[in-house]
Design a binder for this molecule. Structure first.
Ligand code: IPM
Ligand code: MN
Length: 351
């Protein structure tokens, strides 16, 4: 029997609640499809930071290297200054494990949840491949004359040929494997960011030559936002940099029915990857048993797929689809018609 080691970081706010439901589904899937998962919980996030000042001790980081995957709930807490946990925990894991792809599917399971007029399931089905280790997220920059009238803040976008190439290549491979519209759209801003996206564009069309079976298209990021709302059916795979990817995937989440259903994977194809619901820690819903666990359950499905348990992954997705179509009244916290726990139970039941 195949065995996997999974590190679990429930994290902050509603993170632990949604992860609990995900692990329940994992338990059911592993017995049904005959594989074994050994999970180890890690106490990381705001509570630990407030208690001990520790965000991600080096020893914990080293331990995490020994796992097949990391399953993350959410991080972020109003008691902690913005940036500390985000940079110290989430971004640190993404960078240290070189999880250079942030894969974010935008899939509509039932048209009744789509805020776009006259769009249905077949119109909203694309994936954003977000570069996950470079760009504006590197933290490169400086202040000049800080705290004076003449203050200047510089924040630099770092784009390496190698970093862009591996990301673009992943997108083309993914479009081929996905075997749907067979189209990759580069989302950039070549008309203004004439260094960064000049590099992206050159790499994109160079790599595209190796994939004659896949269409290569380009759209500026502002236009991408417009098309995502007006004609989402045009997209198959969108590849973009870290910052634009962050922004357009929140829009993508809304188009697919909201944060309650949006999942993502931080992927290093050769190493330890991390899977997470993409909504935040939703502090106001903490402990109320009202948050939608489906995004976390979908993230779990992505994790299974990445570890090679394709059948189990497909079953989880199918079950989520059924629950969303036949049971839930809404995908939003408190309006689902079921509690967090009951939604988890429904997914297990339909598996
Ligand atoms: C996301 C989040 C993070 C990001 C934050 C919490 C640092 O918004 O995963 O999209 O900007 O990448
Ligand atoms: Mn984001």
């Amino acid at each position: 029997m195949k065995e996997y080691k999974i590190a679990v970081i429930g994290g902050d706010g509603t993170g632990p609640e949604v992860v609990r439901q995900g692990l329940k589904v994992l338990g059911a899937a592993s017995s049904k499809f005959s594989f074994k998962c050994n999970t180890v919980n890690y106490d990381l996030g705001a509570e630990r930071f407030l208690r001990s000042g520790e965000v991600l001790p080096d020893s914990v980081l080293e331990e995490l290297r020994g796992f097949n995957s990391i399953y993350l709930g959410a991080i972020g807490d109003p008691r902690v200054k913005p940036g500390i946990l985000e940079k110290g925990l989430l971004l640190r894991i993404r960078f240290e494990f070189d999880q250079y792809i942030n894969l974010r599917p935008v899939v509509l399971y039932d048209k009744k949840y789509c805020p776009l007029k006259d769009k249905s399931e077949e119109d909203v089905d694309f994936t954003v491949v977000r570069e996950n280790t470079e760009g504006l997220y590197c933290g490169a920059g400086r202040f000049l004359r800080k705290d004076t009238q003449e203050e200047v803040a510089v924040q630099e976008s770092i784009n390496s040929y190698k970093g862009v190439e591996r990301c673009v290549r992943f997108a083309f491979e993914y479009a081929r494997k996905r075997n749907k519209k067979k189209c990759v759209t580069l989302c950039g801003k070549t008309n203004v960011l004439t260094y960064a996206f000049d590099l992206w564009e050159r790499v994109f069309y160079k790599v595209a030559q190796e994939y004659p079976d896949i269409k290569a298209e380009y759209a500026h990021v502002d236009a991408t936002c417009m098309w995502m709302v007006k004609n989402p059916e045009w997209f198959d795979v969108i590849v973009t940099d870290n910052m634009f990817g962050d922004i357009i995937t929140d829009l993508g989440a809304m188009v697919q029915g909201g944060m309650g259903i949006a999942a993502g994977g931080n992927i290093n194809p050769q190493g330890t990857s991390m899977f997470e619901p993409i909504g935040g820690s939703a502090p106001k819903y903490t402990g109320k048993n009202v948050i939608n666990p489906l995004a976390a359950i979908c993230a779990l499905g992505m994790m299974l797929s990445y570890m090679g348990e394709e059948k189990a992954a497909a079953a989880v997705e199918d079950s989520v689809k059924k629950v969303v179509r036949k049971k839930l009244h809404s995908l939003s916290a408190g309006k689902m018609g079921y509690s967090t726990q009951e939604v988890g139970d429904l997914v297990v039941k339909h598996l």
